[in-house]
Design a protein around this ligand. Structure first.
Ligand SMILES: [Zn+2]
Ligand SMILES: [Zn+2]
Ligand SMILES: [Zn+2]
Length: 507
C-alpha cells in the first residue's frame, strides 16, 4: 500500500519538482540576479546620457512626448535621461542622442555658462486654449532647475545660467577638469558660502534602492557630484573632493565607516564632514545623528540637500582596532559573539547568488530567521572562557556571556540604546566624543530580544579609553557591521583622533 502510494504519487511529484520546478525557480532567480546587475551597470549609459525607464522615480520634470517623433510615450517604451531630462521613445533614442547633447561636465573657465534647455512640456495648454496663434513650449534648464515658457517655440541660445537655488551646492563645469584617464580635479569658484554636496553610494545597497537614490541626485547636482562606490578604489574615487564640501553617504553602517575613514586619512587641511542617507539594515550611526533608521519614503532629494546644508558639524571619536597585524577603524561599535554570528550569517546569505536583491522586507525576514536560529543553536555559549578582557590595563573578570560589546554611540543592533537599557539607577554618561568606550556583555540572544523592548539590563562592565582583548579560540566578530570569523589573536583598541560627521538639525 505504502509502496503504491509512493510509486503513484510521491515519486511523480518529486520528479516534477526536480526536473521542472527546481530548474525554473533557479532560472528565475538567476535571471533576476543577472538582469538587476546589467540594468544597474550598463544598459542605459550612452553618449553622456543616462537613460532610464519613465516609470523610475524622478527628481526632474520630463516630457511625456518623445523628443523626436512627438508621440505620447507609453510607459513600456518611454525613457528619460536622469542627468538632463531629455525624453524619447526607445525607437527614437539613438536619433535624439545625435541631436541633443547631454550636460557638459567640464568647460573652459573663460566661456560664459549658458542655460541648458530641454523641452519638458507638451504644447502649452494656455496657448492652446487662447485664440492667439502664439503656441509655445515649456523648457527646463537642467543646471538651474527652472522651467520657462518660450512662446516662439525655441529658447534663446545666449542667456547666462547662474545655477539658481543650487548655486551654493553645485560644482560649476567651468571649475572642473577631467583627465583622459577620468581623474577629476576641481578648482573652487570664488563664490560666498560655496559648499558643494557630494553624494557617495553603492547602487546595490538597500536591496537596489541605492541605484534609484543615486539617480535622483544626478538630476539636481553636477553628475560628477554623485559618486558610485565599489569596494575597490575608495580613495581614488574621493581624492578630488574640495575641502569645503559636505558629503552624503547613501548606504549602511559599513559604507559610512569606510567613507569616513577614507576622508579622515586624506591629506587635506579641512576634512569634509559626512552626513547619512540610510540604506542599510542597521543604520545605527544614522539614527544617532538624526538621519533616521531607513531611507525616507518618499525621498525628497532637494529637501534632503537643504537638510545637509543646515546640519551641524560634530566630532566623533575614531577608534583604531588592531587585530593581529590588521588595522581597522571603528566609529560605532565592535562586538564579539552571538550578534556578530547573526551579522556574519546574514552577510554570507547576501553574497549568495540566490539572494533577492530587490526586497528589503525579505532581507529583514532572513535576518530574523538567522537570529532565531542562533537562539536555538546557542553556539556562543561560554564566550567568557574564550576571552581575556583588559580595560585601561586592568584584567576584568567576565561573568557568563554570549556577546561582548564595545560601544562608541548610543545605538546598537538597529536602534537599541543598550548602555542605558532598563537602567533603574543612574549609569555613567555615554558620549560619542568623550574618548571613552562603553564595555558591556550580553548573555543570550534572548537577552538581546529583551533589551530591544527595554525589559532587561546589559551586563555593564564599565568605560575605558584603552582596551585589549585576547581571543583564545575562533569566534565571530564585527566592527561597525562588517563581520568575520576571527582566529586566536590579540585585539588592541585605542582612540586615534576624531572624525567629522553631520548631525541633522530638527525641522
Ligand atoms: Zn542627458
Ligand atoms: Zn519617438
Ligand atoms: Zn539654467
Amino acid at each position: 500500500m505504502c509502496y503504491h502510494f509512493a510509486e503513484n504519487f510521491i515519486y511523480p511529484v518529486f520528479r516534477l519538482f526536480v526536473y521542472f520546478l527546481l530548474p525554473s525557480i533557479s532560472a528565475i532567480y538567476i535571471f533576476n540576479w543577472w538582469y538587476s546587475d546589467i540594468y544597474v551597470t550598463k544598459k542605459y549609459r550612452s553618449k553622456g546620457h543616462s537613460w532610464r525607464s519613465i516609470q523610475s522615480p524622478k527628481s526632474i520634470p520630463y516630457n511625456t512626448l518623445c523628443s523626436v517623433c512627438g508621440r505620447l510615450m507609453m510607459s513600456a517604451v518611454g525613457e528619460f535621461c536622469e542627468r538632463c531630462a531629455l525624453s524619447a521613445c526607445r525607437g527614437c533614442k539613438k536619433l535624439s542622442e545625435k541631436n541633443n547633447p547631454c550636460r557638459v561636465l567640464s568647460i573652459s573657465p573663460n566661456e560664459p555658462f549658458l542655460h541648458h534647455w530641454v523641452k519638458v512640456g507638451a504644447v502649452c495648454e494656455d496657448c492652446n486654449l487662447s485664440t492667439d496663434t502664439d503656441v509655445g513650449y515649456d523648457f527646463f534648464c537642467c543646471w538651474c532647475q527652472q522651467i520657462k515658457h518660450f512662446s516662439t517655440g525655441e529658447p534663446s541660445k545666449d542667456e547666462v545660467c547662474n545655477f539658481g537655488n543650487s548655486r551654493s551646492m553645485i560644482i560649476p563645469p567651468s571649475q572642473v577638469k577631467i583627465s583622459r584617464t577620468g581623474q577629476i580635479s576641481v578648482t573652487p569658484p570664488d563664490w560666498d558660502d560655496w559648499q558643494p554636496i557630494i553624494l557617495v553610494g553603492n547602487p546595490i545597497s538597500g536591496g537596489g534602492t541605492g541605484d534609484e537614490v543615486l539617480s535622483l541626485f544626478r538630476g539636481l547636482l553636477n553628475p560628477i557630484q554623485v559618486v558610485r562606490l565599489s569596494k575597490k578604489g575608495l580613495q581614488s574615487a574621493l581624492n578630488w573632493i574640495p575641502s569645503s564640501a559636505r558629503i552624503i553617504v547613501a548606504g549602511g553602517d559599513g559604507t559610512v565607516s569606510a567613507v569616513v575613514s577614507t576622508i579622515t586619512n586624506m591629506n587635506i587641511a579641512d576634512r569634509p564632514p559626512v552626513g547619512i542617507l540610510p540604506l542599510g539594515t542597521g543604520n545605527d550611526l544614522s539614527r544617532v545623528l538624526g538621519w533616521g533608521g531607513s531611507c525616507p519614503a518618499p525621498l525628497s532629494p532637494f529637501k534632503f540637500l537643504n537638510d545637509i546644508r543646515n546640519a551641524t558639524v560634530q566630532p566623533i571619536d575614531r577608534w583604531s582596532v588592531t587585530v593581529g597585524r590588521r588595522k581597522l577603524f571603528a566609529y560605532n561599535y565592535l562586538s564579539i559573539g552571538v550578534d556578530a554570528r547573526v551579522a556574519l550569517d546574514f552577510h554570507r546569505a547576501r553574497l549568495h547568488p540566490l539572494y533577492l536583491r530587490g526586497s528589503q522586507s525579505i532581507n529583514y525576514l532572513i535576518y530574523l530567521c538567522l537570529g532565531t536560529q542562533q537562539v536555538l543553536s546557542q553556539d556562543c555559549h561560554g564566550l567568557e572562557k574564550l576571552l581575556e578582557l583588559h580595560m585601561n590595563n586592568n584584567v576584568i573578570a567576565l561573568p557568563p556571556l554570549q556577546a561582548l560589546l564595545l560601544l562608541n554611540i548610543p545605538s546598537w543592533g538597529a536602534g537599541v540604546d543598550v548602555w542605558n537599557a532598563g537602567a533603574d539607577q543612574s549609569v555613567a554618561k555615554q558620549s560619542m566624543n568623550d574618548g571613552k568606550l562603553e564595555v558591556l556583555g550580553i548573555n543570550s540572544s534572548f537577552h538581546i530580544a529583551k533589551l530591544q523592548i527595554g525589559l532587561s539590563q546589559p551586563i555593564r562592565l564599565g568605560q575605558a579609553s584603552s582596551i585589549t582583548i585576547k581571543i583564545k579560540n575562533r569566534v565571530p566578530m564585527q566592527v561597525d557591521g562588517e563581520p568575520w570569523e576571527q582566529n586566536p589573536c590579540e585585539i588592541q583598541v585605542e582612540q586615534m583622533g576624531t572624525a567629522l560627521v553631520l548631525s541633522k538639525t530638527s525641522d
